[in-house]
Write a protein that binds this ligand. Structure first.
Ligand code: ADP
Ligand code: MG
Length: 327
């Protein structure tokens, strides 16, 4: 004879796991005990570093690891700076860390801290399923269009958060959207990001660096002006990459060719199988004049509305108190 309280043990019908089911939805520092100790720097003895490389770049490589907290251990990704790098590269990583330190959103990769030991290391929460473009590539049969709409809606929520904080990302692309799992996307790579001053609505870059031109709006290339509106342009390119299952934007065109292609009023075609409403939104993101381009408040609303219109059941994390989606 079972205690009556066991009636609550009846399993719920199966459904795909959603972001809020995952530990990564809440900050590991949500625990007040962990919070007390939170600082930008973390001690080397709290960190175990695997040999497994998750990715690499000019700066060095990203390794898998584990971070020991007071009450738990969490998987982390560690950006390890090569020691032979010049001071300027080190400064860049410090800036990236200071930037990430200010962010807290379920749809943005969280920074755990900086560690100065055998190398300078940026420790982040782990997004095990990796970059969106690689994940989707060759997966037309396994990943539905609804799934992609959901992921891109999550990216729009993360971007709306950044826009609200007056932060510009400047490198939004499918390669910089990382997946916790097939249902949960997070924005990453804040190496080029900037916090705008209270009275500024754009960042003016003094020099053009190694820029991802195919993701950049006309005003970025012509006037070096970066704003949330130019991030919206990049969001449109990221949508195109996602709906073409990790396709390369503008095929074999080179950066300068893309610029004249855009200036003459051309835009990329609708990816095969991509819903018309999503292609319309991409084209809105590619509005030539930034003054006329929508912001992320609009973009997120359109992604959400479209997602509700196609998904059979509204996920709980999108419901308000009355169980219905917000208007
Ligand atoms: P870069 O500035 O060189 O593009 P990124 O921050 O984009 O550096 O990281 C490079 C690669 O490392 C990513 O493409 C990804 O494969 C891997 N990576 C970075 N951060 C994480 C993370 N938090 N979780 C899992 N993999 C990661
Ligand atoms: Mg990157």
């Amino acid at each position: 004879d079972l205690p009556y309280s066991c009636t609550v043990c009846i399993p719920e019908p199966p459904r795909p796991s959603l972001p809020m089911d995952h530990d990564a939805f809440i900050s590991p520092y949500d625990d007040p005990n962990e919070c007390k100790k939170k600082s930008l720097f973390i001690k080397r003895d709290k960190l175990m570093i695997d040999e497994v490389e998750l990715g690499s770049g000019n700066f060095g490589c990203v390794k898998k690891g584990v971070f020991k907290m007071e009450s738990k251990q969490i998987d982390v990704a560690i950006k390890v700076l090569k020691n032979e790098n010049e001071k300027s590269v080190k400064d860049e990583m410090m800036r990236e860390a200071h930037f990430m330190h200010q962010l807290s959103d379920p749809f943005i990769v969280r920074m755990i801290g900086l560690c100065e030991a055998e190398a300078l290391m940026l420790v982040m929460e782990m997004a095990p399923a990796g970059p969106l473009n690689k994940f989707l590539s060759g997966k037309k049969d396994q990943v539905t269009i609804e799934n992609i709409v959901m992921m891109m809606h999550q990216v729009s929520m993360g971007m709306k958060y950044l826009e609200g904080r007056n932060f510009v990302h400047r490198d939004l692309a499918a390669r910089n959207v990382l997946l916790v799992n097939q249902q949960y996307a997070k924005i990453s790579d804040f190496g080029l990001s900037k916090a705008l001053g209270a009275d500024d609505n754009y960042y003016k870059a003094r020099t053009g660096g190694k820029w991802p031109l195919k993701w950049y709006a006309p005003e970025c290339i012509q006037f070096h002006k970066f704003s949330s509106k130019s991030d919206v342009w990049s969001f449109g390119i990221t949508m195109w990459e996602a709906f073409s299952y990790g396709g390369k934007p503008y095929k074999k065109m080179k950066g300068p060719e893309v610029m004249s292609f855009i200036d003459s009023g051309n835009r990329m075609d609708c990816p095969a199988g991509c819903p018309e409403a999503m292609y319309e939104l991409m084209k809105e993101c590619w509005t030539y004049k930034h003054e006329e381009r929508p912001g992320f408040v609009k973009v997120e609303e359109k992604m959400r509305t479209f997602y509700y219109s196609i998904c059979k059941k509204i996920p709980d994390y999108m419901k308000t108190e009355n169980g219905k989606p917000p208007k």
